[in-house]
Write a protein that binds this ligand. Sequence first.
Ligand code: ATP
Ligand code: MG
Length: 286
Amino acid sequence: LVVREEDIELSEELGAGNGGTVHLVVHKPTGTIMAKKVIHVEARNSVRRAIVREMQIMHQCISPYIVSFYGAYLNEGDLSICMEYMNLGSLDNIYKKIGPIPEDVIGKVTYAVLAGLVYLYKQHRIIHRDVKPSNILLDTKGNIKIADFGVSTQLINSVANTFVGTSAYMSPERIKAERYSVQSDVWSLGITLMELAVGKFPFQSEGEPLSVFELLEFIVNEPVPSLPPGKYSAELDAFLAKCLIKDPASRPTPNDLLKDPYCIAANAKEVDIEEWAKVLQSPKDG
Ligand code: ATP
Ligand code: MG
């Protein structure tokens, strides 16, 4: 199947990030509902074409923990990426709507993200590079999947030197422009899980908001954040401390963490995400 712009019918906007806008669309020839992300890429045409070519690997990224890919193409200089529509949206919107995510659900998120990261690296040598709540998506069937990973080197390079390429989930070594590795995604996962557990971004101060520079400086130089005492299990606390080891060489890999007792227990535990997700549906959604 080749997805083309003329076969797409645009529906509501699902959200917008720093780099692009996502719409719900229908692929008319097949009736498939998709999410279409449009990114404006500041680059030469040859570079844009190379990005589309590199994106095609995503056809081979098939896992229950990865948002499926339908196709990518250029349209008047913009890059369009058509992917599986996840009907409960991303975890940032979910926690902003319902507050802190229960620990049982966080356990399932942890397992899904790690299993997705291990799949991407083992099968395709892909490092995600953008783990954060808005890139973890849920659906009403109880699936938890990751999206927006760095498949295209050309796209990573065209975005890297812009403000858009800066993220509050970046590891200390990434901020310092040192070697990037699978462990860098583990740091981002740690910050993400802490945000979901607490219901707010961990580096957010009470008073004046930090500037981007102050935030990055803080991540590199200040002690790592931890969960507020009393409300959380010792297991989650210990697991987050492993994710947030500052030295990437001492920090575990996604594969190490998948074998961690916390993760094994989370995977074994029966948590009905489908049932829990009902709190997210307004009556009009059925
Ligand atoms: P950034 O641009 O900093 O990476 P972001 O991840 O929020 O931030 P986008 O990837 O453009 O930006 O996504 C915008 C929003 O669209 C997301 O927050 C999410 O709620 C929604 N979204 C993205 N992909 C899907 C999808 N496959 N299914 C359903 N909703 C999606
Ligand atoms: Mg995203």
